[in-house]
Design a protein around this ligand. Structure first.
Ligand code: NDP
Length: 285
């Protein structure tokens, strides 16, 4: 039976260390850390994410600046706001909640955020730095997964690591981070052949597919570390991951639950990136 990796606990410990350093920065150097969160329109899921981020800012002692813009906001207006935030010294990190309404080009907005304040690490400069392995910010979800794997004590070097999914926010950077830790990486996607056999060979399996209960026990190696990034809403309103938890739990060595696994980590890594940004902006890192 797998050991459950408790994302809430790991996340709480990351936030506690961010809170401690934030308090020190304020007390010893008079520096306040600030995160600006921009939301356009009224997507209910985005609203929940933004509220959680605001709450996390309060927990760690950051100032949070929220900009809730109307659905009809033009791209130009949003870019103007980003420009103002890029120059606002109270703001160390800028997060524009995705997805944006269809009439706004997300790439243009991401590219307009100053790379120094890009705490989501979506800007091409930061993406390139991740590729090279010389990064300031790691994208929050894959970085959170790395913390969860570290919490198991399982060494990544030399292990077969399989990532299902190749998106720019999860799959691709996830693979890079595992590679930087000297794992042997296979990236799977919708065109992958023999997916079951490939996954069943993984010592570390990360699922970022977006399909409920996609990973079944026959796809999992005995004793593997199984990380479930998926967040899927079922018809009955319940949340579930990409991994069939009930069957896989019996075979894996470690497994993350949904909810309570990767989800809480994403926000705590955002807090960590914002603190890093603040330190870099005052020349402390
Ligand atoms: P995307 O839809 O962008 O990517 C999904 C990936 O899964 C694609 O690369 C796709 O392949 C692959 N895929 C789809 N079907 C199959 C299949 N049958 N076999 C193999 N691969 C397949 O999703 P994201 O990466 O943005 O998100 C993935 C999941 O993670 C979602 O459930 C999302 O909600 C969740 N998520 C959770 C976060 C958290 O904080 N916990 C944060 C971000 C995302 P192809 O490229 O060929 O189409």
């Amino acid at each position: 039976m797998a050991q459950i990796i408790n994302g809430k606990e790991v996340s709480a410990s990351v936030k506690a260390s961010v809170a401690k350093e934030t308090a020190q920065l304020k007390d010893e150097k008079g520096i306040k850390v600030g995160l600006a969160v921009v939301i356009v329109g009224d997507n209910p899921a985005s609203r929940v994410y933004v509220n959680n981020k605001k709450k996390a800012c309060e927990e760690v002692g950051f100032q949070s600046f929220e900009y809730a813009l109307d659905e009809s906001t033009t791209q130009e207006q949003l870019l103007d706001l980003v420009d103002v935030l890029n120059r606002d010294t109270r703001v160390n990190g800028i997060l524009v909640q995705l997805p944006l309404p269809k009439h706004i080009d997300e790439t243009a907005v991401i590219n307009a955020i100053s790379p120094d304040k890009d705490v989501d690490a979506f800007h091409p400069v930061n993406v390139g730095k991740i590729m090279i392995g010389n990064y300031s910010f790691l994208p929050c979800t894959p970085a959170g997964v790395m913390e969860l794997i570290a919490s198991t004590g399982v060494e990544i070097a030399g292990k077969n690591c399989v990532v299902i999914g190749r998106s720019n926010i999860v799959g691709k950077p996830m693979s890079m981070l595992l590679l930087h830790k000297s794992g042997t990486i296979t990236i799977c996607h919708s065109k992958t052949q023999n997916l079951k056999e490939v996954c069943a060979n993984a010592d570390i399996l990360v699922a970022a597919v977006g399909r409920p209960n996609f990973v079944t026990a026959d796809m999992v190696k005995e004793g593997a570390v199984v990380i479930d990034v998926g967040i899927n809403r079922l018809e009955n309103g319940k949340l579930c991951g990409d991994v069939d938890f009930e069957s896989v739990e019996k075979k894996a060595g470690y497994i993350t639950p949904v909810p309570g696994g990767v989800g809480p980590m994403t926000i705590s890594m955002l807090m960590k990136n914002t603190l890093t940004a603040a330190k870099q902006q005052v020349g402390l890192e």
